[in-house]
Design a protein around this ligand. Structure first.
Ligand code: PMP
Length: 353
């Protein structure tokens, strides 16, 4: 499908790279494509970044039928632009669509749309260390209708914006609160897809944890509140003795692309990399035995984020003396090295725009 382009007549002022606040500046253009039953997905177009005009009856506002993705474009030293495994994001976008009754988009159209949009706004990609262009594809229900049923019409939109570090701590360890009261998702719910509703479900715990001085929460399973799921917008890994372990994808955890990539790297380095159920008791026991070596989160926004402290029902433990551990550091260096084109992409993860 051909993507038409209408360029802006009024390019905006770009912010200084050292003043970037994650998620608050948007570039000059956006992509939009519509769905209706007779036509399917149609009229893919790039237009100047602008407000959407929506009727107050639009279904997405009332019933939350909306899903999204997040990935980044990185500028290399020789001014090439790298995308990290964008097909994986479009596949997950489609998995999310299917779960909430949204018609999936053509995989090639999704990737082409991202590439075309990044290309048109390539001057928006900052080139200072650790900065990138964040890309936010999303799809939402557009029928003007009150009543619970899947919408007949949808919009697929992509916006982008320059970003610096996701956490103010950067690569320094963050403090995480183990949430034993609220739950994010249960097996059979929406947890394994990127539905906007999951983030609404997570807000109260996040606000409470922030008030207590914690950056994010670690979610436990929704039924027994015993097994570890994930952290805020990251999957979570533990180094226990010589084993690297991350929770298995049981159905309520988002299958992170950074998670999958980290596991591939860790295995290629010869470590035992397990995906299995891990109880919070096991983590505290490992700490007591002195074999809990590292804890870290993985996600597009922060890439690798070491965890320096956990608080579970008031029991506070400090991991690796609050310092980044060797596997976290190696993963961060390798992953960002590949993304910024400083390390050869032998795994075929990069697509250049
Ligand atoms: N879990 C949740 C709930 C997330 O929002 C994210 C960010 N997409 C992740 C995990 C990490 O996924 P990825 O590595 O694909 O960014």
């Amino acid at each position: 499908m051909k993507i038409t382009v209408k360029k802006t007549d009024n390019p905006k002022q770009k912010p200084a790279a050292n003043k970037l606040v994650f998620g608050s500046t948007f570039s000059d253009h956006m992509f939009i494509c519509d769905y209706s039953p007779g036509k399917g997905w149609h009229d893919p177009r790039i237009i100047p970044y602008q407000n959407l005009s929506l009727p107050p009856s639009i279904m997405t506002i009332h019933y939350g039928q909306s899903i999204f993705e997040g990935l980044k474009a990185y500028k290399t030293d020789d001014k090439k632009v790298n995308l990290f495994r964008p097909v994986e994001n479009i596949r997950r976008l489609n998995a999310s669509c299917l779960r909430v009754c949204i018609p999936p988009v053509d995989e090639q159209l999704g990737v082409d749309a991202i590439k075309a949009l990044v290309d048109i706004d390539r001057d928006w990609i900052p080139d200072e260390a650790d900065t990138s262009l964040y890309i936010r594809p999303f799809i939402f229900a557009t029928d003007p209708y009150i009543g619970v049923r899947p919408s007949n019409t949808y919009s697929f939109v992509i916006i982008t914006g320059p970003v610096g570090a996701y956490y103010k701590e950067g690569i320094n360890p963050v403090k995480i609160y183990v949430e034993s009261n609220y739950v994010r998702a249960v097996i059979g719910g929406l947890g394994e897809v990127k539905a906007s509703a999951n983030y609404a479900a997570s807000l109260k715990a996040q606000v409470d944890a922030k008030e207590k001085g914690y950056t994010q929460v670690l979610w436990l399973d929704g039924i027994k509140k015993k097994y570890i799921e994930e952290v805020g917008t990251m999957n979570v890994f533990f180094v226990i003795g010589d084993e690297v372990v991350t929770p298995a994808l049981t159905g309520s955890i988002l299958p992170g692309i950074t998670r999958k990539s980290s596991m591939e790297l860790i295995r290629s380095w010869g470590y035992t990399m397990s995906e299995r159920c891990i109880s919070i008791d096991e983590i505290y026991e490992a700490f007591d035995k002195g074999i809990l070596r590292e804890v870290f989160g993985t996600g597009t926004a922060a890439v690798i984020s070491p965890v320096g402290e956990l608080n579970w029902n008031g029991r506070v433990i400090t991991i690796n003396n609050g310092k980044i551990g060797p596997i976290s550091q190696r993963l961060y260096d390798t992953m960002t090295g590949i993304q910024y084109g400083k390390i050869p992409d032998t795994l075929g993860w990069i697509e250049t725009v």
